[in-house]
Design a protein around this ligand. Structure first.
Ligand SMILES: Cc1cc2nc3c(=O)[nH]c(=O)nc-3n(C[C@H](O)[C@H](O)[C@H](O)COP(=O)(O)OP(=O)(O)OC[C@H]3O[C@@H](n4cnc5c(N)ncnc54)[C@H](O)[C@@H]3O)c2cc1C
Length: 391
C-alpha cells in the first residue's frame, strides 16, 4: 500500500473554504498550547456558572469545529456536504453528565428519532449511543460487581434494559446499524453483558448491534475470542467498533489509588499491537464478525487496508467501516472515501453548554496527543500553501 494517500490535502480539505481552513489552523495552534487549554477550561466553567453570555464565543471557536450543531436538523448541512464526498455521518447526541430518569428517557427518545431519521437517509447508515446516556453509572458498576440491587434499583435496571431493547429492536426493524460506546472499566462489564444480550436477540441474520472494544485494555483480545466462541456456538453475528480507548489517565489513577493492577496496556506500543491484533483477528473471521475501525491512527488504517486487499475483501464491503470524529483527521476520512472505502464520521450535537465536557476532552486530547495536533497543523499549512494563502 502506498503510504502517501493520506497526504493528499486537496481531497482532505475539499469541503473547507479558505476562511474555514484558517479557523481550523488557528484553533489547532491554540489548543496545542496546554496552558491556554487549561485557562480556557477554567474560564469557560466560570463563565457558564456566572451565566455570562459565552455561547457565541464557544460556538465560533471549538463548537463549530467539533460539533454539527445544537440539534439534529442543524447538522443536516454538515451531513449533506460530507456525503457529497462519500463520507457518512453518525449523529452523536453528546449531552453528558445528566443522570436522571427523565434525561435517560429523553436520550433514548432522541436515539429513536435518529434511527427513524437514518432509515430514510443513505448518508446516515449507523447510529450510536453511550451506556451512561441510558442509565446511572453507579447502577452499571453495582451490577458489574455482582452486588445485590435494592428493589428500586432492580426496577431501575430493568428500565435500562428496556431502553437498550427499544433502540436495538428498532435498529433491526429499520436496518440501521447501532454502535454502543465503551466507557470506564469499572462500569463496562454490565454494559458488555447487556450488549451481548442484544447481539443474541438482534444479530440473528447479520450484525446490527455493535459493542466497542477498547484495545488499550490488555484483557480485550481474550474477551473477543470468548465472545466469538459463544456466538459460534449459539449462532448469531458479532459487530465491534474497535478503538484504543479514551479514559487512560482516569483508569491508571484509579488503579493506583485502589491498589489493583491497571487494566491498561503497559505502553503505547502494547496498545498499538493489541489494536492491530484485534483488527487482524476480526478480518480473519469476517463472515461472522463485522468491524467499525474507530481511529485517527494512520498506521492502523493502512494495516486494515492492506489486510482487506490480502483477504480479497472489497473496499466497500459493508462489514468493514472506518470512522473518525468530526473536526479531526479529515485527511484520513476523505482520502479513504475517495478510494472507495466505507467511512463515517461521528458528528456530535447538543446544546452548547451540555456538550462542553465533550469539547474539553477534544481540546485536551489534541494537547496531549501532540503527534495528532502536529499532523493536523502540518496538513492544514500544506493546504494553505497549495491554495496560495498566507501561512
Ligand atoms: C469514531 C470513534 C469512536 C470512538 N469511540 C470511543 C468509545 O466508544 N470509547 C472510548 O473509550 N474511546 C472512543 N474513541 C476514542 C479512542 O478510544 C481514542 O481515544 C482516540 O481515537 C485516539 O486513539 P487513536 O487510535 O485515534 O490514535 P493514537 O493517537 O495512535 O492513540 C492514542 C491512544 O493510544 C492509547 N495510549 C496512549 N499512550 C499510551 C500508553 N502510554 N500506554 C497505553 N496506551 C496508550 C490511548 O488509548 C490513547 O487515546 C473513539 C474514537 C473514534 C475515532
Amino acid at each position: 500500500m502506498s503510504k502517501r494517500i493520506f497526504d493528499n490535502t486537496e481531497v482532505a480539505f475539499a469541503l473547507k473554504s479558505n476562511s474555514e481552513l484558517n479557523r481550523a489552523y488557528y484553533l489547532f495552534k491554540m489548543i496545542a498550547y496546554e496552558p491556554l487549554v487549561k485557562l480556557g477550561k477554567w474560564l469557560t466553567h466560570f463563565a457558564i456558572k456566572a451565566k455570562l453570555p459565552v455561547d457565541g464565543l464557544i460556538r465560533a471557536t471549538v463548537f463549530d469545529h467539533f460539533c454539527g450543531g445544537v440539534n439534529e436538523k442543524d447538522c443536516l448541512p454538515v451531513i449533506d456536504a460530507m456525503y457529497s464526498k462519500g463520507v457518512c455521518s453518525v449523529l452523536d447526541y453528546s449531552v453528558e453528565g445528566k443522570a436522571n430518569e427523565a434525561h435517560f428517557d429523553d436520550a433514548m427518545q432522541k436515539i429513536v428519532e435518529i434511527i427513524k431519521f437514518s432509515a430514510n437517509k443513505q448518508a446516515m447508515p449507523i447510529v450510536v449511543f453511550k451506556p451512561t446516556g441510558f442509565g446511572r453509572f453507579y447502577l452499571y458498576q453495582k451490577k458489574g460487581e455482582g452486588k445485590a440491587f435494592t428493589k428500586d434499583e432492580e426496577a431501575e435496571w430493568n428500565r435500562v434494559v428496556e431502553r437498550y431493547d427499544t433502540v436495538c429492536r428498532l435498529s433491526k426493524e429499520k436496518d440501521v446499524e447501532i454502535l454502543i460506546d465503551a466507557e470506564e472499566t469499572w462500569m463496562q462489564d454490565a454494559a458488555d453483558n447487556l450488549v451481548t444480550l442484544m447481539m443474541k436477540r438482534y444479530n440473528t441474520e447479520k450484525p446490527i448491534v455493535y459493542n466497542t472494544l477498547q484495545m488499550y485494555r490488555h484483557d480485550r483480545m481474550a474477551f473477543l475470542k470468548n465472545e466469538h466462541e459463544m456466538a459460534k456456538k449459539e449462532g448469531y453475528f458479532l459487530g465491534y467498533k474497535i478503538v484504543r480507548g479514551a479514559y487512560m489517565e482516569k483508569e491508571n489513577e484509579r488503579a493506583l489509588e485502589l491498589g489493583y493492577h491497571s487494566p491498561i496496556c503497559d505502553s503505547k506500543l502494547a496498545t498499538d499491537v493489541n489494536f492491530n491484533t484485534s483488527a487482524k483477528y476480526i478480518l480473519d473471521y469476517i463472515d461472522l464478525i463485522s468491524v467499525f475501525v474507530g481511529t485517527h491512527n494512520e498506521e492502523s488504517c493502512y494495516l486494515v487496508m492492506d489486510l482487506m486487499a490480502e483477504k480479497g475483501i472489497s473496499k466497500d464491503d459493508n462489514r468493514v467501516w472506518f470512522g473518525q470524529l468530526y473536526g479531526m483527521s479529515d485527511h484520513i476520512s476523505f482520502n479513504l472515501s475517495e478510494l472507495g472505502y466505507n467511512v463515517a464520521k461521528y458528528v456530535p450535537f447538543g446544546p452548547v453548554k451540555d456538550v462542553l465536557p465533550y469539547l474539553i476532552r477534544r481540546a485536551e486530547e489534541n494537547t496531549s496527543v501532540s503527534g495528532q495536533t502536529g499532523r493536523e497543523l502540518t496538513l492544514l499549512s500544506i493546504e494553505k500553501k497549495r491554495r496560495k494563502m498566507l501561512v
